[in-house]
Design a binder for this molecule. Structure first.
Ligand SMILES: Cc1ncc(COP(=O)(O)O)c(C=O)c1O
Length: 404
């Protein structure tokens, strides 16, 4: 069992905002003191650019940055640190796959498959490369829970499919996709599998070798790390099929007036000064998660999901999105209340210190396919307690009777 009081004390935001009940973790998580301290330490004691200077400070910063890459590789079970590209977040990681891989490997009439529950970051880059290459974008429609049925796969996946892009966990439904099984299907037609891990990696133990995906994208800021740092894992054999789409310093072997030889990967895909402090502090966040225990965190979130799902089911007019089973979800529940706008509800809840997201959560196609307007989303993490959710439920009932 997690000791929530002790965990909460590690996060200074809660000392500075004692009334805050933070339930917007799917948007970004709060940061523990060790992550904040690690950033301060870098800029106070270690700051120098990496892979450029030959003086000790620069060499030490380069070493720390390389070590961070190695730690990230171990955290997600990559074969080698060459498979880890640092980016500024999931959005940049997915755009990197689209621009550096897809644009150079897709041709007219090839097919790209995405689901109807993707975040815009895993939808728009594919819409864009299909428009540019003449490839066809096809949508996999999910069922009520947020799963893609076997029939839907059979109907849409075929020899023309070259890329399948799917969220490991939906940011609206919370539903966890069976990536290992999907990888088998996708590789069965010789396509590649791109996984948007933004909502999964903060909650699940991710092993990219076991999942057998070709790309795995995620953001540091949703897993206790800083904003502005993210990761793209690329299976090593695929790296050779990618061409850099950002050019500049730090990614070349040599340059002449009419030619360039790029550096080896992963540096080849990291043009410009990287977010060194961010990468190093991200590994402090990973250390914190590992020390707390990924399994314990997952168990805690399942209990919270069970509690919230049961509580919401008892409130008249509340309609829950996604699976009724806590095991099939990460730590979030989206819902709407018949006859009351989600923004009115979130305003009311905000006055009670409850921070929740209302809107389309950057997944407009999903809301359109379910023919519903804005939803409210409560997303929780290791520092949230049942008490937080109990307060949400009673405040929600009050809000409904106020507006109803
Ligand atoms: C499923 C999913 N994909 C991608 C993103 C984009 O992440 P970022 O804004 O960190 O790039 C998010 C952010 O909410 C997300 O939930």
């Amino acid at each position: 069992m997690l000791n929530i009081t002790k965990i909460k004390a590690d996060f200074p935001i809660f000392k500075n905002h004692p009334e805050l009940i933070y339930l917007d973790n799917a948007a970004t998580s709060q940061k523990p003191q060790i992550v904040i301290d690690r950033i301060t330490k870098f800029y106070s004691n270690e700051n120098a650019n990496v892979h450029r200077g030959v003086y000790p400070l620069s060499e030490e910063a380069s070493e720390a940055y390389d070590e961070a890459r190695q730690k990230v590789a171990s955290f997600i079970g990559a074969r080698t640190n060459r498979e880890i590209i640092f980016t500024k977040g999931t959005t940049e990681s997915l755009n990197l796959v689209a621009q550096s891989y897809a644009l150079n490997n897709l041709k007219k009439d090839d097919e790209v498959l995405v689901t109807d529950f993707e975040h815009h970051s895993n939808f728009l880059p594919w819409q864009n490369v299909c428009q540019k290459t003449g490839a066809i974008l096809k949508i996999l429609n999910s069922d009520e829970k947020g799963f893609i049925s076997d029939e839907e796969w059979q109907k849409k996946l075929n020899k023309k499919t070259k890329i399948v892009a799917i969220a490991h966990a939906s940011n609206v439904l919370g539903t966890i996709s069976d990536i290992k099984k999907i990888a088998e299907l996708v590789h069965g037609v010789d396509a590649v599998l791109v996984v948007d891990g933004a909502q999964a990696i903060p909650h699940l133990q991710v092993d990219v070798q076991n999942l057998d995906c070709d790309f795995y994208a995620f953001s540091g800021h949703k897993m206790l790390g800083p904003m502005g740092i993210g990761v793209l894992y690329v299976k090593e054999e695929i790296l050779a099929k990618m061409v850099p789409y950002q050019l500049g310093g730090g990614m070349i072997e040599s340059v002449s007036l009419d030619d360039v030889i790029f550096a080896d990967y992963p540096e080849k895909f990291e043009a410009g000064t990287p977010n060194v402090a961010g990468a190093i502090a991200l590994t402090s966040a990973m250390d914190y998660l590992l020390a707390t225990g990924l399994e314990e965190i997952r168990k805690h979130e399942i209990l919270l999901s069970e509690f919230l799902l049961a509580g919401l089911a008892k409130i008249e007019k509340v309609r829950i999105f996604g699976s009724a089973s806590a095991n099939e979800r990460t730590g979030l529940v989206s819902f709407y209340v018949e006859g009351v706008h989600a923004h009115d509800l979130s305003d009311y809840l905000a006055k009670r210190g409850l921070a929740l997201r209302a809107g389309f959560h950057c997944a407009m196609p999903l809301h359109q396919s379910r023919a519903c307007g804005a939803t409210l989303r409560a997303s929780y993490y290791l520092y949230n307690s049942e008490k937080d959710l109990e307060f949400l439920l009673t405040s929600l009932e009050e809000a409904i009777s106020y507006y109803g």
